[in-house]
Design a protein around this ligand. Structure first.
Ligand code: CA
Length: 224
């Protein structure tokens, strides 16, 4: 499950991100409304945690904009104490739930999880590329019916590649989405993990699914 956290207070954003990551969510964060709209356009999120008070375009405007472009991603609004009108306005504008600040992290996690379940009703939790499947609820990977054991990081890498199936994934993008790095550590970390993953999902099977695009990155696809 991939969550977008939109909150300009860096400290709160960081707490929320860490709490959700500890529960197994993949988390992207942005700190203003325009970045949030851009992120939601380029990445399919399962849930968006959206603070109302943001610099520039506020959370309600982001919410309206998303719904206007028919983006139905479940949204949990965060509102400061006293923003009762905004809260009501938010629910009317298509938010799925709200949480007044200050909140307990455990409650936030519980609500995000509940929204994820609701959103999952019409979406299959199982990602599939050819005969490779990844169940994002049980975190089980199988190919040709055979169980594939993955470490937590390999799971995140495979989930990201499968959600991006058919699209080129550059090393920097992978570092950002799978390791949460926003800098290049200057190592071959990604290549090492891709090699390990390939050993598990491709070595004993045909056709090969995980392709190297020389100098550019990687691509998960049934046909090269
Ligand atoms: Ca704020």
């Amino acid at each position: 499950m991939r969550v977008l956290v939109v909150e300009d207070e860096k400290k709160t954003a960081s707490f929320v991100r860490k709490a959700l990551q500890a529960e197994g969510f993949a988390v992207d964060a942005c700190h203003n409304g325009d970045d949030a709209l851009a992120a939601a356009k380029s990445t399919p999120f399962d849930i968006i945690v959206l603070d109302i008070m943001l610099p520039g375009r506020d959370g309600l405007s982001v919410l309206r904009q998303l719904r206007e472009r028919r983006d139905a991603t479940p949204i949990l609004l965060l509102s400061a104490r006293g923003e009762v009108n905004e809260r009501v306005e938010g629910l009317n504008a298509g938010a799925d739930d709200y949480l007044p600040k200050p909140f307990e992290l455990a409650e936030l996690v519980a609500r995000v999880r509940a929204l994820g379940r609701r959103g999952g009703d019409n979406k299959s939790p199982v990602l599939r590329v050819a005969d490779l499947t990844l169940d994002t609820l049980t975190r089980r990977a199988q190919r040709g019916g055979a169980e594939i054991e993955l470490t937590a990081r390999e799971y995140r890498l495979l989930e990201f590649l499968m959600r991006s199936a058919g699209r080129l994934c550059g090393r920097m993008m992978i570092l950002e989405k799978v390791w949460d790095y926003d800098f290049d550590p200057g190592t071959n970390l990604v290549d090492v993990y891709v090699r390990r993953l390939r050993e598990k999902i491709d070595a004993r099977f045909e056709p090969k699914l995980l392709h190297t695009v020389r100098g550019a990155g990687y691509l998960l696809k049934a046909q090269p």
